[in-house]
Write a protein that binds this ligand. Structure first.
Ligand code: AMP
Length: 281
């Protein structure tokens, strides 16, 4: 497995693979890799001849008051995890490799990006779409792998690929959880012991909402108030949002007719965590 930081090195490697007729998978990440990321890499390795993992804390998807500086990083552990998962190339650019000082071109989407996480993170998806477009142009993968954990991001990337005619198959992968149900996240390391225990309230709310819908409940307000009620009982938790939206358009629904996404962002202490489930109906 190779670790490279320049765009030119990635291009040269991919060109060589293409010459040999090999298919290429891409797993975009921000590093500090865990079992959730690993599941994406393992899937990519199973479905492609060669797999590139990008490891880049993308500055332009962080708002001014967010955790860009404190975002956890451990490049050596990341390389070990990528190697053990069977990846072939890790792309570890520096911010200056991705953004020239006079960088001024963005991919900006309207419609899917204003609600849910977009409400409190108004420039987040512009940063995500821009960096993912750049990675798609640099790596030119056949397939790219994204986690259902970031459900709005996955919907946004699918739409971007359709709207901008990227010839890339987007593969969504299930949420990998800790034993008690907490969705694995690089940000879980911010939690102290007490907060870590409290954080289980997110997956409990997911279980509650899902089981209500499996039993036949279709009213968004009934499902959402039960989920919110459960979260509000946890003193360390503060709700950012709990919402039910159409699974493709990300627009709020009052009644679950087709496939819907029930998504939440909840602060536990100062840490903002997300979780969700899709109900197909
Ligand atoms: P991040 O490093 O947080 O940007 O995540 C990189 C990719 O890994 C994204 O597509 C995430 O949705 C995915 N991912 C992160 N955590 C998990 C998880 N617990 N289960 C599945 N996928 C995940």
């Amino acid at each position: 497995m190779n670790v490279v930081s320049s765009v030119a090195e990635v291009r040269a490697q991919v060109k060589e693979w293409r010459r040999l007729g090999l298919s290429v998978g891409l797993v975009p990440t921000m590093g500090y890799l865990h079992e959730g990321h690993k599941s994406l890499i393992v899937r990519a390795v199973a479905e492609n001849d060669r797999v590139v993992v990008s490891d880049f804390v993308n500055p332009i998807q962080f708002g001014p008051s967010e955790d860009l500086e404190s975002y956890p990083r451990d490049i050596e552990a990341d390389a070990r995890l990528c190697e053990s998962a069977g990846a072939h190339l890790v792309f570890l650019p520096r911010p200056e490799d991705m953004y020239a000082p006079d960088f001024c071109t963005y991919v900006d989407m309207r419609g899917l990006t204003e609600g849910l996480c977009g409400k409190t993170r108004p420039t987040h998806f512009r940063g995500v779409c821009t960096v993912v477009s750049k990675l798609f142009h640099i790596v030119t993968p056949d397939r790219a792998y994204f986690g259902q954990k970031d459900a709005q991001q996955l919907a946004v990337i699918r739409r971007m690929v359709r709207d901008l005619n990227f010839d890339i198959t987007i593969v969504g992968c299930p949420i990998v959880r800790e034993k008690d149900g907490l969705a694995k996240s690089s940000r879980n390391t911010y939690l102290n012991a007490e907060e870590r225990k409290a954080a289980v309230v997110l997956s409990r709310a997911v279980e509650l909402g899902r089981s209500m819908m499996e039993k036949g409940e279709r009213s968004a307000s009934v499902v959402l108030s039960a989920m919110k009620g459960l979260i509000e009982k946890e003193p360390l938790a503060r709700i950012d949002y709990v919402e039910m939206v159409d699974a493709v358009s990300m627009q709020p629904v009052t009644q679950a007719d087709g496939a819907v996404l029930c998504a939440m962002a909840v602060y536990v202490g100062k840490t903002r965590l997300i979780d969700n489930f899709i109900f197909e109906g």
